[in-house]
Design a protein around this ligand. Sequence first.
Ligand SMILES: *[C@@H]1O[C@H](CO)[C@@H](O)[C@H](O)[C@H]1NC(C)=O
Ligand SMILES: *[C@@H]1O[C@H](CO)[C@@H](O)[C@H](O)[C@H]1NC(C)=O
Ligand SMILES: *[C@@H]1O[C@H](CO)[C@@H](O)[C@H](O)[C@H]1NC(C)=O
Ligand SMILES: *[C@@H]1O[C@H](CO)[C@@H](O)[C@H](O)[C@H]1NC(C)=O
Ligand SMILES: *[C@@H]1O[C@H](CO)[C@@H](O)[C@H](O)[C@H]1NC(C)=O
Length: 520
Amino acid sequence: MVSVMKIFALVFILFTHTKYLCADKPCAVRPIEKQSVVCVCNSTYCDDVIRNHPAYGTFVIYTSSQSGLRFKKSVGHWSDNLTSSKTTLYLDPSKQYQRIEGFGGSVTDSAAINWRSLSPVLQDYLIKSYFSENGLEYNMVRTPIGGSDFSVRPYAYNELPWGDARLTNFTFSPEDILYKIPMFKSIFKVAKTPIHIVATTWSPPPWMKTNQNYSGFSQLKPEYYQTYADYHLKFLEMYNAAGVPIWGITTTNEPINGIFGLAPFNSLGWTMREMGKWIEQNLGPTIRNSTFSNVKIITGDDQRLTIPYWFNVMLTYHPKALDYIDGLGVHYYTDKFVPPQIFDTVTLTHPEKFILATEACEGSFPWETQKVLLGSWNRAKSYIIDIFQDLNFNLVGWIDWNLCLDKKGGPNWASNYVDSPIIVDKDRQEFVKQPMFYAMGHFSKFVPRDSVRIEITEKQSFLPSSLHKTAFLTPRNTIVAIIYNDGSERTIDLQNGKRHAMLPLEAHSITTVEFSHTYR
Ligand SMILES: *[C@@H]1O[C@H](CO)[C@@H](O)[C@H](O)[C@H]1NC(C)=O
Ligand SMILES: *[C@@H]1O[C@H](CO)[C@@H](O)[C@H](O)[C@H]1NC(C)=O
Ligand SMILES: *[C@@H]1O[C@H](CO)[C@@H](O)[C@H](O)[C@H]1NC(C)=O
Ligand SMILES: *[C@@H]1O[C@H](CO)[C@@H](O)[C@H](O)[C@H]1NC(C)=O
Ligand SMILES: *[C@@H]1O[C@H](CO)[C@@H](O)[C@H](O)[C@H]1NC(C)=O
């Protein structure tokens, strides 16, 4: 009897799994006037999303839209028939480009403080929303080495004794112990793939700097070049001992800020020539000659416009520095003014080096008076368009800034408030997921590490296209295409080999479609 029951149960499970989609917990919608919607998570409810492995001959579609859809799931069937659609997108899996490292967000002091202000149940919901299999499946995190502006005070490690070149007092900050390391531990508990953490210094202790201050015009005093390299190694050792291994370091956050006095927060100015010298003579040998020799060294970590200069200047003055460098980091803030073609200056001349987007947020400009703009689809769209540009110009990943902020867009000791995909409301003990959260998920959840970008092209008769697109071959042996429709509702034809898929695209929506690669 028992075995017969078992067979029935098995058949039942098989039947339901092939025929129906796994149920997600839908968005608890809170409409925002003049904007799109936010999804509310409280102590008893939080939306999630499960990826369905596409059954043979089918494709699974996920859609989020300005009108309020969030990961709406449906299934279609491939057909031999030509569709009557005016637009066709052709996939060519034989044309392959860069390998993907991953997607993620940042564990700043502020993000971790906001996270800790929630009840344990909500803390768990927030981490699962980003990192679990029922969430966005983030696999990268960036974190400051010591403080950044997204801290409640300016600080660095080993601030005292003053002039302590041997760094005899390098130890955890209270922020590490109370907030950041617990957040990392919570992330590691739910993540199914290794989290690659990129760590970055904003400012070393003031005694290492020409202006002896955290912000303003400053450079590293030449007598502390080796100390600043050791400072990075000490951090790698300390975090590793705490169970938080670091995958990569960048060579200082936004180094031109301290040259031009651009930012009223923690910074350290570097000319590219001096940076080359420091990497060649101090940082490179120190890291490569340590037990952390595999840690990636990522230089740049500044806006798009600076990209061509790093390698050119280093090649001219300190060519050996390039031997130590694995890649370049790039920030988001001027992307609307600098086209992504600028990446070709590196990807074509140095194909062995990667470019990774290491920081992005909305609401950062002084003229953006609303720092947190609840429900903004425009801000989600800005993320989406930027990620398409970066991926289609061979970037290997995209890391968002603060994982969560408060209603004001902080805390931030320098009053540099900005937006975040998750806004925490400590008083109401809830958090809301902005449209930007879902924008990130349409990429991060479906394009796992080691996916390879493939060709997707559009055949269009005459109209200017309102479609943005990119596609990948994944290690799950599926093809994932992501499409943003900036126009009105339409149906397009997606063609793979001789097969056609009719894809319904909502107005102003992002769609991820996944299907088995072997089905032709
Ligand atoms: C939490 O959200 C759910 C879904 O929106 C709602 O039904 C429930 O009443 C909320 N609970 C609390 C305590 O606010
Ligand atoms: C393909 O076209 C044939 C002939 O016109 C039709 O019978 C069939 O239903 C179509 N299949 C699909 C999936 O549309
Ligand atoms: C070590 O650093 C801590 C924290 O900044 C400080 O309180 C302490 O005085 C320092 N120790 C020495 C010997 O300077
Ligand atoms: C550091 O700079 C800030 C802002 O420019 C200034 O208010 C502060 O007094 C300076 N601190 C020191 C120790 O010079
Ligand atoms: C590497 O470390 C060893 C042992 O600590 C030392 O002898 C050697 O000089 C170091 N090499 C460099 C390039 O720093």
